[in-house]
Design a protein around this ligand. Structure first.
Ligand code: AMP
Ligand code: ZN
Length: 486
């Protein structure tokens, strides 16, 4: 099955024709969030990019199993197993159970991605739900001779592994340089080599999230969870593994090493990495304090923000950049995206008002072809957007009576917008969804009024409580009933 799709493979450092191992099936694994705090907009960019990829693969006819995990255990502050456990630290700060932290921020993550209208993955496994699989994988790596236990902690033996395999295959770094540039870190006295990393970490007396294992009570390392869960749901070899670019050097490098040491196979055929969202040229991150939350952006509540921007404006802003380019946040750029997005939505709403003519001044086929070509060229969404604005120009010209379009071409135009704007980009008209909600609620409020007039209080209460459970609050006053979102 050749759909003409080419994608950039970090592993080979070039664009390649996409040939899934078992077409039309595609297995895609993306590293999900570490749910110890709110996701910032940078994290969202990565998940929005993979949502675009997921949607386009499906549009192209592939049957995609998209696995995106939730990291809810084992992520220490440093990527090389140093520092405190992120969950334990946060739990102490908020005076909650670590699992309450996990629950709170998992829900928050889902809420944010829903606002961005991203599709849920096919499977969303958690690290804590797959401790047995991780232990089994560690046992196999030890029995293959690539890991060793020391005082209840199990380390991956990078030196031993790199005698037979290329440890830096993903980023093409020089091993000698890496050794020279790696600091001495915690657990160094237990490690045989400086680059060794933990597969299983011995619990301290105060550790709350702990599990029994052949090496005593402890918890899994961050890297092993993705190797274990991707293999469980997608097999030892699958098609696409993705994540943010910052994960390639350590997390993904270690994932490849673990999978090869366990299964003697490269886990993924294609490795895809999304580039970073930056603020004034610096990567957006929680620790730097430049990582504002989506909620702050929507409401305009941050010193860096001149005003609030809606979720679809923000998503459109992100789609205007290619996923492998950095994207710098600025109020001016978002302002421009807001105008652009409105222009696009306005044109779409005009399409139904156009009356077709017998002949056509415009051909939509070439625009459609260019959009497909752009997406097939490593998911080039900015080029698609430029093509969509050509379609906007056509709509406005016909609407102004300065050109004509045939019924056939108008149908093509509608299909173009449906496919690319709504199905592939996952955009939606925020205003019209409010208009729909408004009119539905007007009707419901009217039904409740009639029920009350008929003294049918059971029905009127049912309506009020039902809306309340959906987060919609009704307020009765002399003037009538109004509603607001709680
Ligand atoms: P984390 O919750 O820190 O494990 O990150 C979740 C995902 O967000 C990972 O794939 C990161 O690579 C990605 N990420 C983190 N910061 C940024 C950023 N500034 N821009 C884009 N992606 C990011
Ligand atoms: Zn991962």
């Amino acid at each position: 099955m050749d759909t003409g799709l080419q994608l950039y493979n970090t592993l080979t450092r070039k664009k390649e024709i996409f040939e899934p191992l078992n077409a039309p099936h595609v297995g895609m694994y993306v590293c999900g969030p570490t749910v110890y705090s709110d996701v910032h907009l940078g994290n969202c960019r990565t998940f929005i990019s993979f949502d675009l990829i997921f949607r386009y693969l499906k549009y192209s006819g592939y049957k995609v199993r998209y696995v995106r995990n939730i990291t809810d255990a084992g992520h220490l502050e440093g990527d090389r197993d140093e520092g405190d456990d992120k969950f334990a630290k946060r739990a102490k700060l908020e005076q909650l159970e670590p699992m309450e932290i996990v629950q709170k921020y998992t829900l928050g993550f889902h809420d944010v991605l829903r606002m961005f209208n991203t599709l849920p993955p096919s499977i969303e496994p958690t690290a804590t739900g797959h401790i047995i699989e991780q232990i089994e994988m560690i046992k196999e790596i030890i029995s293959n001779g690539y890991a060793y236990e020391k005082n209840g902690t199990v380390y991956f033996d990078v030196e031993k592994y790199s005698k037979e395999y290329n440890y830096t295959i993903l980023t093409n770094r020089n091993m000698e340089d890496m050794l020279a540039n790696t600091r001495e870190l915690g657990g160094q006295d237990e490690k045989r080599g400086r680059l060794d990393f933990a597969l299983w970490i011995k619990a301290k007396p105060e550790t709350i999230m702990r599990w029994a294992s052949p090496w005593g009570e402890g918890f899994p390392g961050w890297h092993i969870e993705c190797s274990a869960m991707s293999a469980k749901y997608l097999g030892e070899e699958f098609d696409i593994h993705g994540g943010g670019m910052d994960l390639a050097a350590t997390h993904h490098t270690n994932e490849i090493a673990q999978s090869e040491a366990c299964n003697h196979k490269q886990p993924a055929k294609y490795w895809m990495h999304t580039n970073m969202l930056t603020v004034n040229g610096t990567r957006m991150s929680k620790t730097l304090g430049n990582g504002f939350l989506p909620e702050q952006l929507f409401k305009g509540e941050h010193v860096l923000l001149a005003k609030g921007f809606s979720p679809m404006t923000v998503k459109f802003f992100m789609l205007q950049a290619h996923y492998r380019s950095t994207l710098d946040f600025s109020n001016e750029a978002l302002d421009a995206s807001e105008k652009g997005f409105r222009r696009l939505m306005n044109a779409i709403s005009l399409m139904d008002k156009l009356s077709p003519s017998a002949s056509s001044d415009f051909q939509i086929g070439p625009i459609m072809d260019n959009c497909v070509k752009a997406m097939n060229d490593d998911f080039n969404s900015p080029v698609v957007i430029a093509e969509l604005f050509e379609a906007v120009r056509i709509i406005n010209t016909v609407y102004d009576g300065k050109g004509s379009i045939s019924a056939e071409e108008l149908d093509q135009l509608k299909k173009l917008m449906k496919d690319f704007v709504f199905d592939i980009f996952g955009l939606k008209d925020e205003d019209s969804s409010n208009i729909e909600l408004n009119s539905v609620l007007d009707m419901v409020i009217d039904l409740r009024k009639t029920a009350k007039e008929n003294k049918d209080y059971a029905t009127s209460d049912k309506i009020r409580l039902g809306l309340q459970s959906m987060g919609i609050q009704l307020k009765d006053s002399k003037e009538g009933t109004t509603w607001n979102k709680a």
